[in-house]
Design a protein around this ligand. Structure first.
Ligand code: NAD
Length: 433
């Protein structure tokens, strides 16, 4: 176990402290420790909650296109199955490690518990370089990885989904491989599939839509006017782009979009669909006629009412949190804020919608996909969106009311609620011996 990282509001940290601060395992542990302490969870239960149920390492021999044989390493960690099957993505990347997969699997357990869907948490990964592998090599890796995991995944056991460098096609291969072994089509073994083989309507927009819903709830609670509140979004991909598009459609004013190479600004609100077309045509958001380009180094710190970091992890740290000038922070990305930045945001009275709540729209619609697959009856997009709305609104209210009643910030409240739900399930079930 890693020691609790000392929260610090000092913008000066040594390189070693900073490296520790940026470690996702430390972030997860710190939040876990804080919540467990606030809940006064007994040591034994903490041990159970910290320890994954199962960790699998598999070796994947594959014939490459040039005839050589390569052996890849893959992992699947099932952190918890106390509330239902494990649920979580599979990533393909050259720096995948068991430590990382383990931390991300735990994260999924807490995320599923916060939105109260009947899942535990899991995560998988294969160490490979997707950029230099052909589609047929990727297919062979995916199918052999699936075959190695065949006894450990399934609609009742563990349901993978796409993650970094995996997509609908990867899920179709997993579903097919699993189905061939079981001798019947088993669509519910994965989510994030193409619509034609059991995917759900509304899945692509789900995470961005979830961000919109919780931002709307936060604005209501803080008495903000959505028509005038300035919204800034970092990351214009699946999550950030969709959130921007849906917010704009609802009449919100997105004044700025920040990408890795440029940031743009329009005080009257950006034309989001126009900006998407501009990026498609030119390859960048820079130079959009109806906006000003901004200094990229300052863009995150502009004054606004809502900031949505939806690009990557560790963008708000002990080094820069004091520079933020927003009232609401809606964490579209996973882990955009380090644990050491939490107390700084608290001191600045920033209303944080923590990642395990803010971006849980994706896993929620994955759950809907699994439900539809199992009942063999598919919902229209309105039904999906309405049910998502119900879950996101009630989860938001659960977290904020819990935080108020326990006098803790929203992130601690989300973790406490999640830990409490999982611990309760374990207590009710008892420890099988
Ligand atoms: P994506 O690749 O579609 O989009 C990410 C965007 O961020 C890209 O446009 C990229 O150019 C931009 N970007 C990268 N580095 C940047 C930087 N330094 N500054 C500004 N912009 C930068 O990925 P995504 O699916 O939108 O995921 C974004 C985040 O949301 C990740 O942390 C992911 O784990 C998390 N998330 C995604 C989902 C989902 O359903 N896609 C669900 C939950 C969480």
């Amino acid at each position: 176990m890693i020691a609790e990282a000392a929260p610090s509001s000092s913008p000066v940290a040594s390189e070693a402290d900073l490296a520790l601060e940026l470690n996702p395992w430390v972030a997860a542990e710190t939040r876990f420790n804080q919540a467990a302490k606030a809940l006064k969870l007994d040591e034994g239960m903490q041990k159970v909650l910290r320890t994954p149920t199962r960790e699998l390492t598999v070796y994947i021999p594959v014939v490459l296109d040039d005839g050589r044989i390569e052996v890849f390493t893959g992992y699947r960690v099932q952190h918890s199955i106390a509330r239902g099957p494990a649920k979580g993505g599979i990533r393909f990347a050259k720096d995948v490690s068991l430590d990382e997969v383990r931390a991300l699997a735990a994260w999924m357990t807490w995320k599923c518990a916060v939105v109260n869907i009947p899942y535990g948490g899991g995560k998988g990964g294969v160490i490979c370089e997707p950029d230099i592998l052909s589609p047929s090599e990727l297919e062979r890796i995916t199918r052999r990885y699936t075959a190695e995991l065949i006894d450990f995944i399934g609609p009742e056991l563990d349901i993978p989904a796409p993650d970094m460098n995996t997509n609908e096609q990867t899920m179709a291969w997993i579903m097919d491989t699993y189905s061939m072994h079981k001798r019947h089509a088993t669509t519910a073994v994965v989510t994030g599939k193409p619509l034609a083989i059991g995917g759900s309507r509304g899945r692509t927009e789900a995470t961005g839509r979830g961000c919109l819903i919780v931002t709307r709830e936060a604005m209501k609670r803080l008495d903000m006017d959505p028509a005038t509140a300035r919204i800034v979004i970092q990351g214009f991909g699946n999550v950030g782009g969709m959130a921007a598009k849906l917010m704009k459609r609802e009449g919100y004013k997105i004044v700025s979009i920040i990408e890795w190479d440029a940031a743009v600004y329009n005080k009257n609100g950006l034309d989001i669909e126009g900006l998407m077309k501009h990026r498609k045509d030119t390859g960048s958001i820079a130079g959009f006629a109806e906006a000003e380009d901004m200094d990229l180094n300052e863009a995150l710190y502009q004054e606004c009412e809502v900031l949505v970091p939806a690009a990557k992890e560790n963008v708000i740290t002990s080094q820069n949190a004091h520079k933020l000038r927003t009232r609401v922070l809606c964490e579209g990305a996973n882990g955009p804020t380090t644990a050491a930045a939490d107390p700084v945001l608290r001191d600045q009275n920033v209303f944080v919608i923590p990642d395990i709540l803010a971006n849980a729209g994706g896993v929620t619609v994955s759950y809907f996909e699994w439900v539809q697959d199992r009942q063999g009856y598919f919902w229209n997009e309105n039904e999906v969106n309405n049910r998502l709305q119900e879950i996101m609104v009630s989860s938001f209210q659960d977290v904020v009311s819990y935080g108020q009643s326990k006098k803790v910030d929203n992130r601690t409240a989300a973790y406490m609620l999640a830990l409490e739900r999982v611990a309760h399930a374990i207590k009710l079930r008892g420890l099988y011996a």
